[in-house]
Design a binder for this molecule. Structure first.
Ligand code: UDP
Length: 364
């Protein structure tokens, strides 16, 4: 008999498992995949740590989370500065003075502000009600058209006018020459890959991979006093209220016989015609000097049963459905739901850790 059965060996599960074990609890971690680390899983190819489920760049403002994660890995000084490619024109991200200069030839912050204000006024937006209006009011119509609209509609498969404004607020807008994509005090990539980091978290803990909880729920439930479930909350309830929507992502990964394909870890293709959203060149996350390189083209699609769910679609319709599932989840007295899929939330890694630590405080 275990104190806790933890379903999912991703970040939420691994953080909780470590906390519980360190407080003397007996835990079993299971995962339906054949590996640990969930979507932060990295696999070594040609000496390069490949982010198999999409690029993960750790960043946080929370010192407690940063100190916590540093117990399990040493972080390098990687700073995310993606480049946007719009039909061969290259722009710096996030939106900053380099972007404004390339777009309009403006030199000073005041000139950039004036240009944006002029475009915002012309669009007649006062209170932004959706992503399109929010984007135009933040950076004007030219940047919206060239760097936001195509990319966002590819990533989400919905018009920008039907998406929540908060998604675009993830991106900083700066009137300085600063290409750091994140406003975070701490940032980096765990040296040696995320899989090693999660393996360190799970050190000494019993883990069984290739075990599908929902296929064998009753037998597995009987093994433990309590269950921490980090899979999709709607799947847990057999989709009885209907399926929540997710975006899924497919990667086309290639090994190339060149040391440097695109000169940067991430290049976003922001036009509507290019079928993929971005190309990741994995070696640059760790300043790799390998003779070859590995790249992944990222294609976004609507999730259907059988696909991997990635991004929750936190629009009104899905938020309302999730609120109903959440009520049901709260009524399950033996089970706690956590993480991106368990809480149906567009979580960054640091927020997942924060939430797992808070869950451990409450539970333990
Ligand atoms: N975005 C954009 N153009 C870009 C990069 C991002 O319009 O070149 C918008 C897009 O709406 C996206 C959002 O910003 O959904 C958040 O991007 P982020 O890079 O935070 O997404 P993630 O890395 O989580 O996929």
């Amino acid at each position: 008999m275990y104190d806790y059965l933890i379903v999912g060996a991703g970040l939420f599960g691994a953080v909780f498992a470590r906390e519980a074990t360190d407080r003397g609890k007996n835990v079993l971690v299971i995962d339906k995949r054949d590996h640990i680390a969930g979507n932060v899983y990295t696999r070594e190819v040609e000496g390069i740590n490949v982010h198999e489920y999409g690029a993960h760049i750790f960043h946080t403002n929370n010192k407690k989370v940063w100190d916590h994660i540093n117990r399990f890995a040493e972080f390098n000084r990687f700073t995310n500065s993606p480049v946007a490619n719009y039909k061969g024109e290259l722009y710096s991200l996030p939106f900053n003075m380099y972007t404004f200069n390339r777009m309009w030839g403006v030199i000073t912050p005041d000139e950039a502000r004036e240009k944006i204000e002029e475009q915002r006024k012309a669009a007649g937006i006062t209170e932004p009600r959706n992503l399109e209006e929010q984007a135009i009011s933040l950076v004007g119509t030219d940047i919206y058209e060239k760097l936001i609209r195509g990319y966002t509609e590819k990533q989400w498969g919905r018009p920008c006018s039907e998406l929540p404004a908060f998604i675009i607020k993830r991106l900083p807008v700066r009137y300085t020459f600063d290409n750091n994509y994140f406003n975070a005090l701490y940032q980096g990539i765990p040296m040696g890959g995320y899989t090693k980091m999660v393996a360190n978290m799970l050190d000494g803990i019993e883990v069984r991979t290739g075990v599908d909880y929902l296929d064998d729920k009753d037998k597995l439930d009987a093994l433990a006093e309590r269950v921490i479930f980090t899979g999709p909350v709607d799947a847990y309830f057999g989709y009885e209220l209907g399926a929540l929507q997710y975006r899924s992502v497919r990667f086309e990964t290639e090994v190339l016989d060149t040391p440097n394909y695109q000169g940067n870890a991430a290049v976003n293709f922001t036009d509507s015609e290019t079928p993929y959203t971005r190309i990741i060149e994995h070696k640059f996350f760790e300043f790799g000097q390998q003779p070859k390189t590995v790249i992944s083209r990222e294609y976004s699609s609507e999730w259907k049963q059988g696909d991997e769910p990635y991004y929750p679609v936190n629009d009104e319709k899905n938020s309302a459905l999730y609120a109903q599932y959440r009520k049901k989840a709260e009524a399950e007295n033996k089970v706690v739901f956590g993480g991106r899929l368990g809480e149906y939330k567009y979580y960054d890694m640091d927020k997942v850790i924060e939430s797992a630590l808070a869950c451990a405080e409450r539970e333990l």
